[in-house]
Design a protein around this ligand. Structure first.
Ligand code: FMN
Length: 275
C-alpha cells in the first residue's frame, strides 16, 4: 500500500510513479484524512509493503503527518514492512531517523528510507523562495530515474534497513534544534490573507485545502483556521496570486507540480461545463 501526503503535488507525483514501478494498486491520499486518524485504513497482509510518502518540512516529518502516523488505525500494520520516501527541495536532515522512531513507537518494522529532490515550495521566510525555472525543470527531469532506483532498492533489499537519503550539512542541528523551534514558532496560519484587489472569491483555496482549514466568510473572502499543515497549497494554487503570507511572500515565486496543474485545470473545466 502507498500512503501519501502532498501539498503542491511533488510527493503525489512521486507516489504515483512509485506505485507504477512497484505494481502497487492501493494508493491512499491523506487529503482530508489527516484530521481523522481514527478512520481505519484498509488492512495490510503479513509481510506486505506499506510506503509512507510526505514532503520534508523543516528537516522533519510534517507535524500533521507525524501525528497521523502516531494515531492511525492501520489493521495489520505490525505484520507489514514499512518504507519512507520523502521529497525535499534540498536535503532532509535526520527526517529518516525521526520516521524510524515514529515507526518504532507503533511497533512497526521500518525498512528502507529514501529521499527525492524536487522543486522547492517553501517561501515564507527571508532567503527562501521557489527555484528558478531552469533548476525546477532539472529536478523534475531527474525524478523518474530516482524513483526507478528507489523501486529497485525496495524490491531487492528485503528485511534490510536501507538509508538512501540526502541528509545535507549540519543535519543534527537542523532536525534537533531548528525543526522544534520552527514547529513551535513558525507554522502559524495566522499571517495568511488575501489581497482583496486580486481575490475574486472563487473559493478554490477552500476546496483545495487538504485540512479543510479555510472557510468562506460572509464577505465571500476566505479565512484560515488553526488547523494548518503549512503545505502552501492555497498560496501556490491561486492563479491570481491573491493569497499572501503577511508581507513575506509579496515578491516570492509560486510553484505547482505540473501534474497538479493539469489535474486542477481538468477539474475546473469539468465544473464549468456542468454549470
Ligand atoms: C513548510 C515547508 C518546509 C519545508 N522544509 C524543507 C526542508 O527542510 N528541506 C528541504 O529540502 N525542503 C523543504 N521544503 C520543500 C519541500 O519539502 C519540497 O518542495 C517538497 O517536494 C514539496 O512537496 P509537495 O509538493 O508534495 O508538497 C519545505 C516546504 C514547506 C512547505
Amino acid at each position: 500500500m502507498i500512503i501519501y501526503f502532498t501539498g503542491t503535488g511533488n510527493t503525489g507525483m512521486v507516489a504515483r510513479r512509485l506505485a507504477d514501478a512497484l505494481g502497487e494498486d492501493r494508493i491512499v491520499s491523506l487529503d482530508h484524512r489527516l484530521n481523522a486518524p481514527y478512520q481505519p485504513l484498509e488492512a495490510v497482509g503479513e509481510g506486505e509493503r506499506v510506503v509512507w510518502l510526505f514532503p520534508t518540512y523543516s528537516w522533519d516529518i510534517p507535524p500533521v503527518v507525524a501525528k497521523y502516523i502516531a494515531g492511525v488505525d492501520l489493521p495489520g500494520g505490525s505484520h507489514a514492512r514499512h518504507y519512507m520516501v520523502t521529497t525535499c527541495g534540498d536535503d532532509i536532515g535526520l527526517t529518516h531517523k525521526r520516521w524510524r522512531k515514529a515507526m518504532k513507537r507503533r511497533g512497526w518494522q521500518a525498512e528502507g528510507a529514501y529521499s527525492v529532490i524536487m522543486p522547492n515550495t517553501y517561501t515564507l521566510m527571508k532567503g527562501f523562495d521557489t527555484d528558478p525555472e531552469q533548476l525546477a525543470a532539472e529536478k523534475l527531469s531527474a525524478m523518474p530515474a530516482r524513483v526507478k532506483d528507489i523501486a529497485e532498492s525496495i524490491k531487492t533489499h528485503y528485511g534490510e534497513e536501507v538509508n538512501d537519503v540526502k541528509t545535507g550539512r549540519w543535519a543534527w542541528v537542523k532536525t534537533r534544534v531548528i525543526a522544534p523551534w520552527f514547529h513551535t514558532f513558525d507554522m502559524s496560519a495566522k499571517p495568511f490573507r488575501v489581497d482583496p484587489e486580486k481575490c475574486t472569491r472563487c473559493g478554490r483555496c477552500v476546496v483545495e485545502c487538504p485540512m479543510k482549514n479555510i472557510a468562506i466568510q460572509r464577505s465571500g473572502y476566505p479565512k484560515w483556521g488553526d488547523n494548518c499543515a503549512l503545505c502552501l497549497r492555497c498560496y501556490h494554487q491561486c492563479r491570481l496570486k491573491a493569497v499572501e503570507y503577511g508581507d513575506e511572500t509579496k515578491w516570492k515565486g509560486r510553484y505547482l507540480c505540473p501534474e497538479t496543474i493539469k489535474r486542477t485545470e481538468d477539474t475546473y473545466k469539468r465544473t464549468q461545463r456542468q454549470e
